[in-house]
Design a protein around this ligand. Structure first.
Ligand SMILES: NC(=O)c1ccc[n+]([C@@H]2O[C@H](COP(=O)([O-])OP(=O)(O)OC[C@H]3O[C@@H](n4cnc5c(N)ncnc54)[C@H](OP(=O)(O)O)[C@@H]3O)[C@@H](O)[C@H]2O)c1
Length: 251
């Protein structure tokens, strides 16, 4: 069954590397026009060129998605260059791993803002364009840390759990407009976010020990799930969360 997203414009925050890059490439392969959003122009350009080399359509837009003014500017630029976006993937996020008492307020807020505030701002900017078109897709990147947790993850787990709530409420607000809103909750994937864990043999062994499949996730596996949620086949899937975690939360 082939997923065809031809004619759709997809905005992907955090599209410069990792899971965002993988989803961008998968959606481009399915025919969507891709708007990559992040802060590092050089990395964004690299992903744009890779997509173009494979025959896809992509543009990049630099901006900090935690800033209201940047989001408003990016929204205007995306519409001008790629048309109205009907797919929005709120994938940008950061993690600061330390115990609660060692967090500064700024650090705590930066983790919350990167995942949660950015999702609020991006949805507010892009959802109005989806209304009345008979199709819309919002995907928010939560995490297994929105379901379970580990020491040193108070800010990250707070942000990712809050995204599950935002997703449910927004799904209800938009259901009558045929706009679906869902989360993807990945387990450990081998991306830059996890190099600190992968480079620490003890932590790496601990993570692998908690993974029934015995390996880290491959970013391409997220791309397939995102394509499914964006497809016409997934129109009845809304307000929910798809875990892709190698069995981590099944224990
Ligand atoms: N990897 C995993 O195992 C895993 C597991 C569960 C959930 N997740 C979630 O999945 C998402 C992607 O993870 P990843 O592993 O691909 O992370 P990553 O490799 O660290 O990439 C994060 C992306 O977010 C962008 N970003 C961060 N803050 C931003 C901001 N303020 N404005 C704009 N862009 C920003 C980064 O680009 P710039 O720095 O250039 O802005 C980068 O493109 C995150 O939300 C993460 O929490 C990941």
């Amino acid at each position: 069954m082939k997923i065809d997203l031809t004619g759709r414009t997809a905005v992907i925050t955090g599209g410069s590397r990792g899971l965002g890059e993988a989803m961008a490439k998968a959606l481009a392969e399915a025919g969507a026009k891709i708007a990559l959003v992040a802060r590092d122009a050089q990395k964004l350009e690299g992903v744009r060129e890779a997509i173009r080399k494979s025959g896809g359509t992509a543009e990049f837009f630099t901006g900090d998605v935690t800033r209201e003014a940047d989001v408003a500017r990016v929204a205007g630029e995306v519409t001008q260059r790629l048309g109205t976006a009907q797919i929005l993937i709120n994938n940008a996020g950061i993690n600061i791993r330390k115990n609660l008492v060692d967090y500064t307020l700024e650090e705590f807020q930066s983790v919350m803002d990167a995942s949660l505030t950015s999702t609020f701002l991006m949805c507010r900017a892009f959802v109005p364009g989806m209304k009345g078109t008979g199709y819309g897709r919002v995907i928010n990147m939560s995490s297994i840390m929105g379901h379970v947790s580990l020491p040193g993850r108070t800010a990250y787990s707070s942000a990712k759990t809050a995204l599950l709530g935002l997703t449910r409420a927004l799904a209800l607000e938009l259901a009558a407009d045929a706009i679906t809103v869902n989360c993807i909750s990945p387990g450990p994937f081998a991306t830059e976010m996890n190099t600190v864990v992968m480079n620490n043999p003890e932590a790496n062994a601990q993570f692998l020990g908690a993974l029934p499949v015995g390996r880290w996730g491959d970013a391409g596996e997220i791309g397939a799930m995102a394509c499914y949620l964006c497809s016409e086949m997934a129109g009845f899937v809304t307000g929910t969360d798809l875990l892709i975690d190698g069995g981590w939360t099944a224990r």
